[in-house]
Design a protein around this ligand. Structure first.
Ligand SMILES: Cc1ncc(C[n+]2csc(CCOP(=O)(O)OP(=O)(O)O)c2C)c(N)n1
Length: 685
C-alpha cells in the first residue's frame, strides 16, 4: 500500500471508530451507516466539498445534506475531524441533554449542520430546494466574469430516503429542472431498519433516476476510494442534470459479527463486538475516541484550504461589489435575511366594499405589489396557480434554459430561465414543501408555496420541520372551508386549521377581509425565523369599512376588538376568524337591535395573540365577560381555551358536503340567525 493509501485508510477508520465509540457510549444510535459510508464521506469532505470549517456561514460554501439523518454520527465525525467548532467532548456527549450532538442532525444546534434530518426523504427534498436557491441567485446576481454565486449541493441518501414518496416528488422536480449542481450519493447497502431490502425495495434505482432525467453512476465497491473520487469528478462535470451516484456499501462494515445485518442499523455494536471490530481493522482497543494524529492533521487541512477558498471568494466578491454595487448590496442584505427599507410601501389598501373580495384574490394583488422591492421572494404552487392567485405576473418562470417551451401553456410571463421567480412545482405538495425548506435554509430567498388548505395534509411533515428549524417559509393555503362549495367534502377542510395550529412555532393566520390579508402578508414576510401559513377564502368576503371598525393593523396582535358594545361594557363577546368575521359583524348588528350589547373580536391568529402580554389579552377577552361565542367554519377543537367554560363555539364536527358554498354554510349553521340564536342562548344560560 502506498503511503497516501495508508493515510486514506487511517482517516476512514478514524471516522468509523469515532462513530462506533460515540454510539457505544450513548448506548443508543446508528453505527451501521457511518461504518459503511466512511470512505464515501472521506472522499467527499476532504477532496470535493468546498467549505470552511471556521465559517460555516460562508454564503458560497457547498451545501451538504445528510438525508439519512439517523447516520448523524457520520456527520458529527466529519464536522469534528475537519475542524468545525465541535470538540471531542461534544462527540462524547452524543445524544445527551443539551449536547451539540443530538440524535439526529438539527440545524441551529450544531455548527455546520445545514438542515434538520431524520424523517426520511425530507433531506432529499431540502437539497433540491438548496439547488433551486443557488440556481436562482446565480442567475439573478452573477455577471460575466463574476460568478459570485457558484456552489454545489451534495447529499447522502439511503434506501429509506429513496423509498419515501417525498423523495420521488423532489427527484422528479430536480430532474425536470435539470439542476446540474445537485449531487447525491446513495448508500446502497441493501439493508434498512427491519429487514434486507429484497423484502421491500427491489426496483432498479439507476433506471428509475435515469427516467427522472438524472445522470446516474453505479459503483460496485464503496470502499474503493479512487472509484468514489472518479464518480464525484464525473458528477461535478455533468452540469445539465442532477447526479445520483449509487454506491454499493456494507452496513456495519468491518464488524465481524454484524456487517451486512440489520442489527448494525440502529443499535450499539456492544462492547465485545466493538473490540473485535477494532481488532479486525487494526485499531487500538483503547482508548475510546482515539484519533491518530496523522489522520487528524490530514482532516484539519480542510481548515487552511477552506480559509483560502473563502478569502479568494471574498476578493472576487469585492471586485463584484466595485462593479455592481447595487446588486452586491441587495445580495448581501438578502443573505443576512434582512428586508430592504420600504419593501412594503407598495402594498395596497382596499376600500370598503359590501360585496367584497375573496381573500385569495386580495392576496394575489398584494403579492404582485411586493416583488419589485423584494427580489428574493420566489415561489409558486402545486399546480393550482389559477386558483390560489400566487402567480407573480410577468416575473419569469423558473425553468432550465435548456428546455424548449415554445408550445407551453400556463406561463407567468417574462421568459423561462433560472432567473424566473415563479416555481412550477406540479402536483407535488410534499416535494414542494420539502424544497421550500431547502430554499429557506440556503439563505437569500424568501420562499412561498401554495395549494388548497385541504392539501396542507400532504405537506405536513415538511411544515413541521420548517417550524422546528425556525425557517421563514410562507404557505398560501386557499379554499379554506366548506365555503368553497361544490367540490365537496374531499376538498373542504375541517380539521386542517386545528392540525396546523397544533404545530408548535408555526404561525397560522386566517384573515377576515382584504385589509387583514394585507397585514397578514406583512407579518409573513417579516417573519424570517418562523413559518407562516396564510389561510384564505375562495369566496368573497366583505371588505370592512375601517372608519367604522378598528384598523386591520390589529391583526398583528392576533386578535383585536373590531367593534365594541357601548361604553366598552359587553354582555357577550363574539369571536370570528376569516369568512366568519362578516357573519359575526352581521350578528352583532342584529343583537344590537334586540338591545344585546356585544363586542366583536376578529381573531385571525391564535399564535400571534398568545404572544401578547396578559393585560392586552384580557383587554380583548375580559375574564369578567364569560359569555363568549367563537364562530369558525372548522373543527372547534382548541377554541375552548379562548371562550372558556362559560362560552360556546359554532364549528363543524362532521365532513362537509357538495353543494354551492352558501348552501353548505347555511346547512351547517353558519347563518346570522343561528349565530344570534346561539348568542341569546348563551346569555340565558
Ligand atoms: C419517515 C420515516 N419513517 C421511518 C423512520 C424510521 N427509520 C429510521 S432509519 C429507517 C430505515 C433505515 O434504512 P436505510 O435508510 O437503508 O438506512 P440504513 O439501515 O442503511 O442505515 C427507518 C425506517 C424515519 N426515520 N423516517
Amino acid at each position: 500500500m502506498f503511503m497516501s493509501e495508508a493515510l486514506d485508510q487511517l482517516c476512514i477508520n478514524a471516522i468509523r471508530m469515532l462513530s462506533v465509540d460515540a454510539v457505544e457510549k450513548a448506548k443508543s444510535g446508528h453505527p451501521g451507516a457511518p461504518m459503511g459510508l466512511a470512505p464515501t464521506a472521506y472522499v467527499l469532505w476532504t477532496r470535493f466539498l468546498k467549505h470552511n470549517p471556521r465559517n460555516p456561514e460562508w454564503p458560497d460554501r457547498d451545501r451538504f445534506v445528510l438525508s439519512a439523518g439517523h447516520g448523524s454520527m457520520l456527520l458529527y465525525s466529519m464536522l469534528h475531524l475537519t475542524g468545525y467548532d465541535l470538540p471531542l467532548e461534544e462527540i462524547q456527549r452524543f445524544r445527551q441533554w443539551e449536547s451539540r450532538t443530538p440524535g439526529h442532525p438539527e440545524r441551529g444546534i450544531t455548527p455546520g449542520v445545514e438542515t434538520t434530518t431524520g424523517p426520511l426523504g425530507q433531506g432529499f427534498g431540502n437539497g433540491v430546494g438548496m439547488a433551486i436557491a443557488e440556481a436562482y441567485l446565480a442567475a439573478r446576481y452573477n455577471r460575466p466574469g463574476f460568478e459570485i454565486v457558484d456552489h454545489l449541493t451534495y447529499g447522502i441518501v439511503s434506501d429509506g430516503d429513496l423509498m419515501e414518496g417525498v423523495a420521488a416528488e423532489a427527484a422528479s422536480i430536480a430532474g425536470h429542472l435539470k439542476l446540474g449542481k445537485l449531487i447525491y450519493l446513495y448508500d446502497n447497502n441493501h439493508i434498512s431498519l427491519a429487514a434486507s431490502t429484497d423484502l421491500t425495495f427491489t426496483e432498479d434505482c439507476a433506471k428509475r433516476f435515469d427516467a427522472y432525467g438524472w445522470h446516474t453512476l453505479t459503483l460496485e465497491d464503496g470502499n474503493d476510494v479512487a472509484a468514489v473520487d472518479g464518480a464525484l469528478r464525473a458528477a461535478r462535470n455533468e452540469t445539465a442534470r442532477p447526479s445520483l451516484i449509487l454506491v454499493r456499501t456494507h452496513i456495519g462494515y468491518g464488524s465481524p459479527g454484524k456487517q451486512d445485518t440489520f442489527e448494525a442499523h440502529g443499535s450499539p455494536l456492544g462492547a465485545e463486538e466493538v473490540k473485535r471490530t477494532k481488532q479486525k481493522r487494526g485499531w487500538p482497543a483503547e482508548p475510546p475516541f482515539f484519533v491518530p494524529q496523522e489522520a487528524l492533521t490530514c482532516f484539519r487541512e480542510s481548515v487552511s484550504k477552506g480559509e483560502r477558498a473563502e478569502a479568494e471568494w471574498k476578493e472576487r466578491f469585492s471586485a463584484y461589489a466595485r462593479n455592481f454595487p447595487e446588486l452586491a448590496k441587495e445580495l448581501e442584505q438578502a443573505m443576512r435575511g434582512e428586508l430592504p427599507q420600504g419593501w412594503d410601501a407598495v402594498i395596497p389598501d382596499f376600500p370598503a366594499d359590501a360585496k367584497g373580495v375573496a381573500t385569495r384574490i386580495a392576496s394575489g394583488k398584494i403579492l404582485n405589489a411586493i416583488p419589485p422591492k423584494l427580489p428574493t421572494l420566489i415561489g409558486g404552487s402545486a399546480d393550482l396557480n389559477p386558483s390560489t392567485f400566487t402567480v407573480l405576473q410577468n416575473l419569469g418562470d423558473f425553468e432550465s434554459p435548456q428546455r424548449d417551451f415554445s408550445h407551453s401553456q400556463g406561463a407567468a410571463g417574462g421568459g423561462y430561465s433560472y432567473a424566473g421567480r415563479n416555481l412550477h412545482f406540479g402536483v407535488r405538495e410534499h416535494g414542494m414543501a420539502a424544497s421550500l425548506n431547502g430554499m429557506a435554509t440556503h439563505g437569500g430567498i424568501i420562499p412561498f408555496g401554495s395549494t388548497f388548505l385541504m392539501f396542507s395534509d400532504y405537506m405536513r411533515p415538511a411544515i413541521r420541520l420548517a417550524a422546528l428549524m425556525g425557517l421563514g417559509v410562507i404557505y398560501v393555503f386557499t379554499h379554506d372551508s366548506i365555503g368553497l362549495g361544490e367540490d365537496g367534502p374531499t376538498h373542504q377542510p375541517i380539521e386542517q386549521l386545528a392540525a396546523l395550529r397544533a404545530i408548535p412555532q408555526l404561525i397560522v393566520i386566517r384573515p377576515g377581509d382584504a385589509n387583514e390579508t394585507a397585514v397578514a402578508w406583512r407579518v409573513a414576510v417579516e417573519s424570517r425565523h418562523q413559518p407562516v401559513a396564510l389561510v384564505l377564502t375562495r369566496q368573497n368576503v366583505p371588505t370592512l369599512d375601517r372608519s367604522q371598525f378598528a384598523a386591520a393593523e390589529g391583526l398583528r396582535r392576533g386578535a383585536y376588538v373590531l367593534a365594541d358594545a357601548p361604553g366598552g361594557k359587553p354582555d357577550i363577546v363574539l369571536i370570528g376568524t376569516g369568512s366568519e368575521v362578516a357573519l359575526v359583524v352581521a350578528a352583532w348588528q342584529k343583537l344590537a337591535e334586540q338591545k344585546i350589547q356585544a363586542r366583536i373580536v376578529s381573531m385571525p391568529s391564535w399564535e400571534l395573540f398568545d404572544l401578547q402580554p396578559r393585560d392586552y389579552r384580557e383587554s380583548v377577552l375580559p375574564p369578567s365577560v364569560r359569555p363568549r361565542l367563537a364562530v369558525e367554519a372548522a373543527l372547534p377543537q382548541g377554541w375552548h381555551r379562548y371562550v372558556g367554560d362559560g362560552g360556546d363555539v359554532i364549528g363543524i364536527e362532521r365532513f362537509g358536503a357538495s353543494a354551492p358554498g352558501n348552501i353548505v354554510m347555511e346547512k351547517l349553521g353558519f347563518t346570522v340567525d343561528h349565530v344570534v340564536e346561539r348568542a341569546v342562548r348563551l346569555l340565558e344560560k
